[in-house]
Design a protein around this ligand. Structure first.
Ligand SMILES: [Zn+2]
Length: 362
């Protein structure tokens, strides 16, 4: 993997990330393809929307249909017919979300499959192996995602475990001879000192890129940005910086201004399925009765095919009927909005007009 910075404006960066399966212009947004599909979207549509990289969930894919099956089908690229880069998460965040259903030990995590109830053991080595079987372009280390709120002592112990796991992931990745990039994940909760210690430990190991993890886990938004403001400038400038699981269009714009390069979030796709649509006038809830007779498009300023061809009344009707076409049209619009935002952010960094653009969005 190669990361080339084209230009910087204050902390923000416009760059190009060259992965095994192609180029990613950054700042970039990765739609989430949980089970090897961005729900309802064919890869050709994702590409037409300007998507250059997607995220897939190791945890879900290892449970169904299983990494060996996907490997035999030509890896995730061949299986889902997506030819551009894929980043796989490590499963850490999904395991964190299982709550009482999992037990964390030094060796790894024991949990019960939410699908079959079967007992499963995931270690840093297994996570790296599974991501290799999926033939991911960017592999993430297995981490212990610290809950919020938590005392500094709990955060320190969790962060130290994540560091030991990061080292094991690095060893397993090197031993496996994979061409994929490996990213470390900065943990440390909301404590500056722990975030710094986490980053220092990761830098000593040495990764291809660095992610900010353990954010957007229920903390107030101001606190999240406080952590980002203090930690992002410490991340090495010549490596990609990935802010995991964030967020709304204005969150992304603010974080780009602080120097983040890569983003993923379920918001545009999950919200689309619930009729919660991002437009240039703010959020539109298409389920509301006010749209029942509306002839106007969802967003007059949007160039997506949903807004070019259909009225709000039709989208409202599809939502009421629970027709899958409604989900497809809504998802297409929300992803178009996110990918257009990323192109706008790239352009405003190049032209030196980012701060006024971010203020406008905010
Ligand atoms: Zn649209």
């Amino acid at each position: 993997m190669k990361f080339e910075i084209q230009c910087t404006r204050h902390a923000a960066r416009r760059a190009r990330l060259y992965c095994e399966h192609g180029l990613v212009d950054t700042p970039a947004f990765m739609p989430v393809g949980t089970y090897g599909a961005v729900k309802g979207m064919q890869p050709s549509i994702l590409e037409a929307l300007g998507t250059q990289i997607i995220l897939a969930n190791t945890f879900h894919l290892m449970l169904r249909p299983g990494a060996k099956l996907i490997e035999a089908q030509g890896g995730l690229h061949g299986f889902m017919q997506w030819r551009r880069p894929i980043l796989t998460d490590s499963g850490g965040f999904q395991i964190f979300s299982l709550g009482a259903l999992r037990t964390i030990t030094e060796e790894g995590v024991h949990f019960r499959s939410p699908l079959t109830g079967e007992s499963i053991f995931l270690t840093p080595e297994i996570s790296v192996e599974v991501q290799k079987q999926l033939q991911s372009d960017i592999v993430m280390v297995l981490d212990d995602c610290t809950p919020y709120p938590a005392s500094e002592k709990v955060v320190r112990q969790s962060m130290a475990l994540s560091l030991r796991w990061a080292k094991r992931c690095h060893c397993a990745h090197q031993a496996g001879g994979s061409q994929a990039a490996l990213f470390g994940i900065v943990q440390g909760g909301m404590y500056e000192k722990e975030r710094q210690a986490s980053l220092e430990g990761l830098l000593n190991i040495g990764f291809d890129g660095y992610a900010m993890g353990g954010l957007s886990v229920g903390e107030p938004k101001d606190l999240m940005f406080e952590v980002l403001e203090k930690t992002l400038p410490l991340l090495p400038a010549h490596h990609p910086r990935y802010l995991m699981g964030v967020g709304t269009p204005s969150d992304i714009a603010r974080a780009v201004a602080l120097g983040a390069d890569l983003f993923d979030c379920v918001l545009p796709t999950r919200h689309a399925r619930n009729g919660h649509l991002f437009t240039s006038e703010g959020v539109v809830r298409i389920r509301n009765a006010v749209h029942k007779n509306a002839k106007r498009p969802l967003d007059e300023r949007c160039a997506c095919s949903t807004c070019q061809h259909y009225s709000r009344a039709y989208l409202h009707h599809l939502d009421r009927c629970k027709d899958p076409l409604g989900v497809v049209l809504n998802t297409l619009h929300n992803l178009h909005t996110y990918q257009t935002l990323m192109k706008d952010l790239q352009r405003h960094i190049e032209h030196g007009t980012l701060s006024s653009f971010v203020k406008d969005i905010f």
